[in-house]
Design a protein. Structure first.
Length: 541
């Protein structure tokens, strides 16, 4: 096996970083830029959509100033995406030019229009102060309020029976007129938005992709309530007041009647018509549809499509880098710990507080990496699993047949790319490979976890049982899971930093628990036992 550390020494520059190390840092900086600029554009879009409700005054200066900011940020997003992806998405520049031309054609038809109301016009750019966290406004007396917290992202009133969505498959059973209750937002909810009376979630933010879709469908929506799935039982009739931020038990006619008398005072004005038409070129999201997500430049029709594609593709590209060639020639230091596997770390930006040849966990400044390692170190590492003769023979035979698996791939080193808020950890434990990527910062819109798992030394049936075990544990953690054979991919988005840290801690425990677990998965009963055992162990700690 090549001596990776000798490569690092040869390639170090005077500044202390290897060529490949600098390249990794540049890619990470571009990724951070995409996250921040995309979030800024989404906040402006959310604010402009809020104006279309007709409750807030604005003028053409507001429209043009927001467009100037968007026109500045979207090219930066495209430029960074192409740096990360090695120029795969240059076609997005042509898409941007086309959309800008279409918007300009709309504005050129606009005749000089006076401000709707001089002196009271909001000319601010970006996130509007009228979209705050709800601060428990006084509810109607005589009615039980279940929830008075959260973020209103689409105003309105909806009433119906609560329907809890835990998995994407639940959407196929969503009834007409129900109120969708979920732990987090998901673009896939678009498949039932034409039937939903309202949407309420535990987590989420005002600038997420799902909430933009909810605004397009005019579905009253409150996100980030923290407690919706705990306090609202499936089938309970509720009334969602997404004007004042209250969710009532039962049908509350007084709230419903209040919405019916509200009207958009400015919908017939010329300036409103212009903004409405411009937004059709900015906000609609065409890359999310009932069949799945389509990330192709030629399918982008709006500025939202461009930013959505850049955000999703940049995460895909970053997810791959811990197994890419640059990592093997990067700036790595070895972690000195009680974990019985070799872990090397590459500091992308503020993840390690020194540049020694080896570090201990106290030297790590990465929020997600620390959370994951604490989970790993909290577990008692298993020795060789107690297997029967058949199980051992299965593993030996499988390894013998896989001549493409060299020894260094089976027992290779694990690499982590880290920054203060980011980690991309490629873990090799025994005969399986898993990758955990996470961002855990103060901005909820940036935060996510992605998880990939594959491999094993046992026969296929036992590997499949282990994959089923991992799938069920991840679903209990609210991950969206995609499984194909013994390969599993999972992800969550838009949880606050503490929630991401908690989930990473459990993922660290899971990485240890599943080491060689396929060797003992000789029946489905073993899967059920291990699920209960792991949950019980985590609950006791």
């Amino acid at each position: 096996m090549r001596d990776l550390l000798s490569i690092f020494k040869k390639e170090k520059s005077d500044g202390g970083l290897s060529r490949s190390g600098r390249q990794l840092q540049k890619r990470y900086k571009c990724f951070q830029k995409i996250l921040s600029e995309t979030n800024a554009v989404l906040e402006i879009m959310a604010d402009m959509e809020e104006k279309v409700t007709g409750e807030y005054l604005f003028d053409m200066q507001y429209v043009r100033s927001n467009l100037r900011v968007i026109y500045h940020k979207v090219p930066l997003i495209i430029e960074c995406l192409n740096k990360i992806s090695e120029g795969k998405y240059v076609e997005l520049n042509n898409v941007l030019k086309r959309v800008e031309s279409e918007i300009q054609a709309i504005l050129s038809r606009q005749r000089k229009t006076e401000s709707i109301s001089k002196g009271t016009v909001n000319k601010g750019v970006g996130k509007d102060t009228n979209l705050p966290r709800v601060k428990s406004p006084a509810p109607l007396k005589g009615h039980k309020v279940l929830i008075d917290s959260g973020v209103i992202v689409c105003k309105g009133v909806g009433t119906g029976n609560a329907f809890t969505v835990n998995k994407e498959a639940d959407l196929t059973r969503f009834p007409d007129g129900a109120v969708l209750i979920a732990k987090n937002t998901a673009p896939e909810f678009v498949t039932v938005m034409n039937k939903a009376a309202a949407i309420v979630t535990d987590a989420g933010s005002a600038s997420g992709y799902m909430v933009s879709l909810a605004r397009q469908f005019r579905v009253p929506t409150i996100v980030n309530t923290k407690v919706a799935t705990k306090l609202i039982t499936n089938g309970l009739e509720i009334t969602v007041d997404a004007f004042n931020g209250n969710i009532y038990e039962g049908r509350v006619d007084a709230v419903i009647e209040l919405e019916q008398i509200r009207d958009n005072l400015f919908k017939d004005t010329h300036i409103f018509e212009i903004l409405d038409e411009v937004l059709k070129k900015i906000v609609p999201l065409h890359l999310v549809h009932p069949g799945g997500t389509r990330l192709k430049p030629e399918l982008c029709k709006t500025l939202h499509d461009i930013t959505f594609l850049a955000h999703e593709v940049s995460m895909d590209e970053m997810f791959k880098i811990s197994r890419g060639p640059d990592v093997k020639e990067g700036e790595a230091v070895k972690l000195d710990s009680k974990i019985p596997t070799d872990i090397y770390m590459i500091d992308l930006d503020g993840g390690i507080d020194n540049r020694l040849k080896s570090i201990i966990s106290d030297n790590i400044r990465s929020v997600p990496m620390n959370a994951f390692l604490k989970g790993m170190m909290a577990m008692k590492w298993p020795g060789p699993r107690p297997v029967n003769a058949k199980g051992f023979a299965s593993a030996v035979a499988d390894i013998a047949l896989k001549t493409s698996h060299p020894r260094d791939k089976v027992w290779g080193k694990s690499f982590a790319l880290i920054s203060g808020e980011y980690m991309n950890f490629c873990i090799r434990l025994g005969y399986h490979l898993s990758t955990v990527e996470a961002y855990a910062g103060e901005n909820i819109d940036h935060n996510y976890i992605r998880f990939h798992f594959m491999g094993g030394g046992a026969s296929l049936d036992r590997r499949l049982r282990r994959t089923r075990f991992i799938e069920e544990i991840l679903e209990k953690l609210d991950f969206k899971v995609d499984k194909s054979g013994d390969v599993l991919n999972a992800r969550i988005n838009r949880y606050d930093k503490s929630a991401v840290e908690g989930k990473l801690n459990i993922l660290g425990r899971l990485a240890v628990y599943t080491k060689q677990l396929d060797m003992v998965m000789f029946s489905d009963a073993c899967v059920d036992y291990c699920i209960q055992d792991f949950v019980r162990y985590c609950d006791s700690r």
